[in-house]
Structure formats: structure tokens, C-alpha cells
Design a protein around this ligand. Sequence first.
Ligand code: 1GP
Length: 265
Amino acid sequence: MWLNDGPMLPSSGGRTKHITLIDPDKQTPEVAAQRALVAVECGTSAIFVGGSTDTGSNIVDATCVAIQEAFELAMFAASQHPDANEEVWNIPVILFPGGAHAMSSRADGILFMMLMNSTTRKFLIEEQLQGAPYIAKAGLHTIPTGYIVCAPGGAVGEVGQANLINSDDTSAVSAYCQTAQMYGFSTVYLEAGSGAATPVPLELIKTARASMNCTLLVGGGIRTPEQMRTAAEAGADYIVTGTITEEYDDLQLLKERLQSLIAVL
Ligand code: 1GP
């Protein structure tokens, strides 16, 4: 739905974009929808729905439904105003699943991920095997993604039993990115872990960018305009933030915070 028939997360071709991650466990579906609306007003380019927790499909589904309905309403409202651009609301809602249990047919697509540096079969191939029949039946657009967890890694590093990439291990990140491209993945996601004290370092992002042509996502612990700028200049196509969206009950304050981050891109 995003770019006609093209891939959903194309390389941004120079200008880094922002993606908002919403963890369905962290608020009601209604509040998730309000936060998603604010994020789009601030210029976010896609909504990821998911997290590393054991969220069930019912809450994932309810969250996707609430967000999609809110976007449809906003699009309709924009269509009634000659000065408004309704295409602003044509924003993909993409699953970022912690496993095969966190699915919804109401998403537009799914990051179909291999946690490449996991040490367990579960996140290399087993969850994918469990999820594939549902994804095929639901007709979800898949985005084949090499997911690479860097130190400190946080909950996803632990749950995913990742052999974390250290901050100076450029040769490891390079080999993983080359491998992702050789597998035919369209996308690589460099993750420091949600709420990480330190984001993915500049050198790892630069190395990833130079090692492959896949669309490059970077996330985990990015909280300041400076960190946004660093990731963008290092070559990220998309920067994903999640935690900051959960920190504001006041939507106006959330808007100001997201605007200050997205403005640097
Ligand atoms: C987590 O990369 C995302 O998967 C976002 O991280 O919650 O730290 O913004 P934050």
C-alpha cells in the first residue's frame, strides 16, 4: 500500500525517514491509535506494531484495527478539506513480531525476520515456520529482514539468545550484512535493544551501510536529535523509535518531542 507496487520499505535514496514502533502491551488500542496519529502528524513514515514481550494476537490485532481505523478517519477528514493532503495518512502498519504468536491480518505487512545472530533455532527458523502459514493465508506483504542485535541488546538480546555484536566489531556486522544480502533479504535492521542506554554506534552503522545494498533500519535507545543525526549521517535509511512514544500521556508533549527528533532528518 505504501509505494504502489514497490517494496514497502525501499531504500530512502538519501533522506533518512522515521518509523514509530508501538508496543501493543504498553497502552490500550485507543491510546495506541492516538499516538500513531500524532506520530504521522510529526512526519513518521510507517508504524511498526510489536515488541519483544509475549503479547498475544488478540491485543496485537486490536491495536492494528484501532490504528487503521484512525488513519482511515483522518484520511476521510482530509478528503473533505481542499487544502489538506489525504495521502499523508496513507501510512503502512507493519508487524514487528516477537514471534509467531503476535500476528494480525489487519496489518499491511510484516517484517519477516531472521534474528541472524541468535544462538537458537527458535529465532533463526522455527518461529518463521510457525508463522508462515498464517502470513500466507492472511496475504500479508512480507519484508524479508535480517535482524541483527548489537550490544547492549536489552530484552530482545536476552530473549533472542543473541550473540551480541560488540560496539567495535565492524567485521562481524559487515559479514552479517553481506550474508543478509546473499540470502536476498531486502532489509537489515540493526538493533541495540528497546530502551538501550546507548544506541548502535556510528561505526557499526557506517560499516553496515558500506557492506550491502539492503534497506537499513536502525533502532534502540535513540532519544535525542543528536543521536538521530548521527544515525542518519552514518547511513540509516530508517530510524525506529519506540520508548519515547510511551513516555507521554499528554499528546501535545509527545508531538513536541517527536517533532524535535524528526525535524533533524
Ligand atoms: C526497539 O529499535 C526499537 O526494537 C526501538 O527502540 O524503544 O529504544 O526507541 P526504543
